[in-house]
Design a protein around this ligand. Structure first.
Ligand SMILES: CC(C)(COP(=O)(O)OP(=O)(O)OC[C@H]1O[C@@H](n2cnc3c(N)ncnc32)[C@H](O)[C@@H]1OP(=O)(O)O)[C@@H](O)C(=O)NCCC(=O)NCCS
Length: 244
């Protein structure tokens, strides 16, 4: 049976999407139940993707104070403090104090970092831009989901942990997005599409209703997917064809 990779034991919170649309502040508080400083945040990973996350967090009223990464970055456009790697003593201290978001675009790496911190009982918040429109019957994991500007998530859709719904993407009714998948900018998933764990749907791709896409798949930018795709495949074009 197809398993899109949403970890059922992880918490999902329909209330977050409902309150977010009605009262933005409620969502922010709900996301920060575990840290001491509800208006501060540490980013894990500091490159282009993290600049977008910084903007979303700012729109939620959260200020990014620092970052963890493998090494200190020479280019520091946000002028934030470096705290070492996320599992160093200084990194752990900072993320326990302020909370964190894993701002790494690579799906596998984001998944791995999440697993490393889970061992310390540490979980990322959500970053949800106020311009997104999220149907109140949808379920959004409370852990590390990024929902960018002008995203639409429609009725009874389910979004797994660590998922990126990138700028302007449309996730239609009853879609199921597996953990750590990435729905690229402007991509459209028609109704009841299932996307597997770690899968990347490229910018502007369109996936026909009812399609099942496996785990660790890459769908090229602008592709049109009209057939199911098995795990570990890379597909491009219209209609999408396998290239690996
Ligand atoms: C699909 C993708 C991963 C392939 O990258 P790659 O493995 O390096 O493959 P190549 O660039 O070597 O291309 C292999 C072949 O596929 C074709 N191809 C690659 N991407 C394509 C696409 N999106 N649509 C149609 N054809 C594509 C190439 O023209 C090439 O064809 P050829 O063998 O006939 O010359 C990449 O092109 C892509 O679309 N990435 C998604 C980018 C994106 O959406 N980013 C969002 C970031 S937020």
């Amino acid at each position: 049976m197809f398993n899109p990779g949403c970890s059922t034991p992880e918490p999902y919170n329909i209330q977050i999407s409902r309150t977010f649309i009605l009262r933005e502040g409620d969502n922010r508080i709900a996301c920060h139940h575990f840290n001491n400083n509800p208006n501060l945040m540490i980013l894990i990973g500091y490159s282009g993707h993290s600049y977008v996350i910084n903007g979303i967090l700012n729109a939620q009223g959260i200020r990014v104070t620092g970052y963890c990464d493998n090494s200190e970055k020479q280019y520091n456009p946000l002028s934030i403090q470096y705290f070492g790697t996320e599992t160093s003593s200084s990194g752990l201290e900072a993320i326990k104090r302020d909370g964190f978001f894993i701002s790494v675009g690579n799906n596998g790496l984001r998944n791995k970092i999440n697993g490393n911190l889970k061992r310390y009982d540490l979980f990322p918040i959500n970053a949800i831009h106020p311009t997104s429109v999220i149907d109140q019957t949808s379920s959004i994991s409370t852990r590390g989901v990024m929902i960018c500007t002008y995203v639409v998530i429609n009725a009874f859709a389910k979004i797994g942990m660590g998922v990126i719904c990138n700028t302007g993407s449309i996730i239609e009714h009853e879609c199921v997005i597996g953990d750590f998948a990435h729905i690229g900018p402007g991509a459209i998933l028609c109704g009841n599409v299932h996307v597997g764990e770690n899968t990347m749907i490229g910018a502007g791709a369109v996936v026909r209703e009812g399609i099942r896409i496996g785990k660790n798949v890459i769908v090229g930018a602008g592709s049109v997917v009209v057939n199911d795709i098995e795990d570990e495949r890379k597909v491009v074009g219209n209609p999408a064809r396998q290239i690996n």
